[in-house]
Design a binder for this molecule. Structure first.
Ligand code: GRF
Length: 194
C-alpha cells in the first residue's frame, strides 16, 4: 500500500455540471495534510456552472467541454487527462453520461456520488421519488463508474431517516450534507489501493 501524502498526492480531476458544492468540499479536503488527493483539473460540461467559481478562487485549472458532440469531446478530453497525468476522475454532480469507451480508456478509474442508497433509486429526482414512495430511509452512495448508470461497485454509503415533515427540498439538503461527509471518506478508502 502506497501512502499518498505531501508531494505524493494523487492527481485527480473533478467533473461538474452545476452548483459544485461537492467540488467545494473536495477542494477543502484536498488541502488537508492527511488528504491523499490533489485536484489538478476541473472539467465542466456547462460554461455557467457555479462550481467553476470555486476552481477559480482556488487557482485550479478548469476547462469547459461540450458533451453534445460526445465522441469528439471525449477523445479530446482523454488526451488532456493523460497529458496532465490525471490518475482518478471524481464525478460530482456531473450530468452527462460517459461512454463505455471513455470509461475503459481511463482504466475504469472513475468514481461518482449519487443521492440515494444504491441500487435503489438510480437516476434523477431521488428525493422526490423516495418521499413519494413513503420510504423510511434514504442516503447517498459513492461508487465506481461502469457502463450501466449508477450501477458500479459501491465504495461507501450513508443512510438517514426520513422525517414525516421532510419535503423534497429539506431532504435534498440533508442528503447533500451527508454527501460532503462520505466523498472524502471514499477517497481515503480507495486511493491507496488504486
Ligand atoms: C449531488 O446531489 C450529487 O449527488 C448529484 O448531483 C448533486 C450535485 O450537487 N449527482 P453539487 O453540484 O455537488 O452541489
Amino acid at each position: 500500500m502506497v501512502k499518498l501524502i505531501g508531494k505524493n498526492k494523487l492527481d485527480i480531476a473533478v467533473f461538474i455540471s452545476g452548483k459544485g458544492s461537492n467540488l467545494k468540499n473536495l477542494i477543502v479536503f484536498s488541502k488537508k495534510k492527511n488528504s491523499p488527493i490533489k485536484i489538478k483539473l476541473v472539467i465542466s460540461s456547462n460554461k455557467n456552472a457555479k462550481g467553476l467559481i470555486y476552481a477559480k478562487k482556488n487557482k485550479i485549472k478548469s476547462m469547459i467541454f461540450n458533451f453534445n458532440k460526445k465522441l469528439f469531446t471525449e477523445k479530446k478530453l482523454l488526451k488532456t487527462l493523460k497529458r496532465k497525468n490525471i490518475k482518478l476522475i471524481c464525478l460530482a454532480g456531473f450530468m452527462k453520461i460517459l461512454t463505455n469507451k471513455f470509461i475503459n480508456n481511463f482504466n475504469g478509474k472513475i468514481i461518482n456520488i449519487h443521492p440515494s442508497l444504491l441500487p435503489k433509486y438510480k437516476g434523477l429526482n431521488t428525493s422526490y421519488r423516495v418521499i413519494k414512495n413513503n420510504e423510511k430511509y434514504t442516503g447517498c452512495t459513492v461508487h465506481h463508474v461502469n457502463k450501466k448508470l449508477d450501477s458500479g461497485k459501491i465504495i461507501i454509503q450513508k443512510k438517514i431517516k426520513i422525517n414525516k415533515n421532510d419535503t423534497v427540498s429539506t431532504l435534498t439538503k440533508k442528503v447533500l450534507k451527508l454527501e460532503h461527509l462520505i466523498y472524502p471518506k471514499a477517497l481515503k478508502k480507495i486511493v491507496a489501493n488504486l
